[in-house]
Design a protein around this ligand. Structure first.
Ligand SMILES: [Zn+2]
Length: 484
């Protein structure tokens, strides 16, 4: 088998250089120094903002001086994951790449193509004096992988450009034009106890084996939420059998769809059999409701040791009513892109921790007003239930503008090159572009990139031929930037 060529050579050469430079999130100093040195060697203007984001400017090529300024952007840092037992130090060792068929991977570590390949495209554009383009700004941000630190703190006066190409997408042939903003709502219930009633049947109620997933990317996949199934059972038991509760531990991370949970509860002994019947009926209904999406869902009701004390019935009532009453899942889809999730909320966890019951939720929307409205709606329900509510408005989304001038330009360039149309998409999760749009409200942006798979894991791989395609696309866009 003939070995695939790494083209464009200049891009892959720079990718190899970048992969020699350690760049875990929060420790990009060596990368910052490399970029400053690169600018010096190429006689290019270089600026650093206070956060350490690096900007390198390249003047227009002859005849393109009147064009609008375009920003090319990538992030400097990479996720550092390796296979168990591998002797590799991300703070000093170079990534070792290998080629398998059409794919480039690393030997036991993340490849760093997220987003090193974006950076390599920028450096190649800066270094190559044969290209045709207007004034360029290449922005390299810090610590994208740890809550978008560089983009969040980007100096709002650093960029002069009117258009921006974010090079951090993972599917060649797709152009992203919008992302979601995200915020959190946490509710805290003070826990008051009363003595456990005599002659009670204590049981542990468990939901487990759910698929779960990312609370943005997977929220429309019709998967079950363990907190809600648990609360549905508990609410019914409370109403029918006078149930009381001694403990609840359900769900996990704020940005994950919860997969499991349990509660320790009690009902008067006389209801023990009826409880079992109701449990069997309801769980059979749940299996019916999720027969397609949840194949391994399990429910357990088993007797357990009696507790000395239980939550007051007032607290149990307020908690279960709030958890059942609060919205969850997809709340709205886009007016512009069919079936695209615009607004969602995730009931992530309900846990007794340090004498309080903490309920953690996350709200997302591509529209700022809807994100804030959803934060309000979730807060309001928990306030009604008498909880203390803590709201974090979070980070902004990137507003979807289907009439974007730059999008039209990018689509036309793609069609000219490849004789087919790219997919125009929005993402229901955060991207740096959301933060750029907050600091530079008039910036017209698209996000593209070569095809990557298995990102953030040692399986990360780059589809080599798509690098040439993205390179050609970027150059075709740059050639066609309109005049000021
Ligand atoms: Zn990335």
């Amino acid at each position: 088998m003939t070995k695939i060529e790494l083209r464009p050579k200049l891009v892959f050469d720079y990718f190899a250089e970048i992969n020699k430079i350690p760049r875990p999130s929060g420790h990009e100093e060596k990368m910052m120094a490399y970029l400053q040195d690169f600018a010096r060697r190429h006689n290019l203007e270089c600026r650093l903002d206070e956060t350490g984001n690096v900007l390198i400017r390249k003047p227009a090529t002859k005849g393109y001086e009147n064009r609008k300024t375009t920003v090319l952007q990538s992030h400097m840092d990479m996720v550092c994951e390796k296979i168990a037992g591998l002797d590799f130090d991300f703070s000093k060792d170079a990534i070792q790449t290998k080629v398998e068929g059409e794919w480039m991977t690393a030997q036991g570590t993340t490849l760093g193509a997220d987003d090193g390949i974006g950076g390599a495209i920028q450096l190649a554009v800066l270094a190559d004096d044969t290209l045709e383009h207007g004034p360029l700004e290449c922005l390299f941000t810090r610590s994208e992988e740890t809550s978008l630190v560089g983009a969040s703190n980007l100096d709002p006066h650093l960029l002069k450009g009117e258009y921006l190409i974010n090079l951090d997408s993972e599917d060649e042939g797709q152009i992203f034009i919008s992302c979601a903003g995200g915020g959190n709502t946490r509710a805290y219930f003070d826990v008051d106890y009363e003595a456990a009633p005599k002659d009670s049947f204590f049981f542990k109620l468990q939901v487990k084996g759910l698929v779960g997933g990312h609370s943005g990317d997977d929220i429309q996949k019709k998967r079950a939420n363990s907190n809600i199934l648990l609360a549905r059972l508990m609410y019914r038991f409370m109403k029918k059998f006078d149930m009381c509760v001694a403990d609840i531990q359900s769900g996990g991370l704020h940005n994950a769809i919860p997969r499991d949970g349990y509660a320790v509860c009690a009902v008067p002994m006389k209801y023990k059999e009826d409880l079992r019947v109701e449990f069997n009926v309801m769980t059979a209904e749940f299996e019916e409701e999720y027969s397609v999406t949840e194949k391994n869902m399990q429910f357990v009701l088993e007797s357990t040791d009696a507790a000395d004390r239980v939550f007051t019935s007032d607290l149990t009532g307020r908690l279960l009513r709030a958890v059942l009453g609060v919205q969850n899942g997809v709340l709205a889809t886009s007016q512009d892109i069919p079936d695209f999730v615009e607004t969602s909320t995730n009931l992530a966890s309900v846990k007794l921790i340090d004498g309080k019951i903490k309920v953690s939720t996350m709200q997302r929307s591509n529209l700022t007003s809807k994100r804030l409205a959803t934060l309000d709606a979730v807060s309001a329900v928990f306030e009604l239930a008498g909880a203390d509510v803590e709201v974090n408005n979070g980070y902004p989304g990137w507003y979807l503008d289907p009439n974007s001038e730059f999008l039209k330009l990018a689509v036309a360039a793609y069609e000219r090159l490849f004789k087919k149309s790219p997919e125009v998409k929005a993402i229901h999760a955060g991207l740096e572009c959301g933060l750029f749009s907050e600091k530079y409200p008039n910036m017209d942006m698209v996000s593209i990139g070569p095809t990557l798979r298995g990102v953030h894991s040692p399986d990360e791989r780059l589809l080599i031929p798509t690098v040439q395609m993205v390179w050609d696309h970027v150059l075709e866009i740059l050639k066609n930037i309109p005049e000021k």
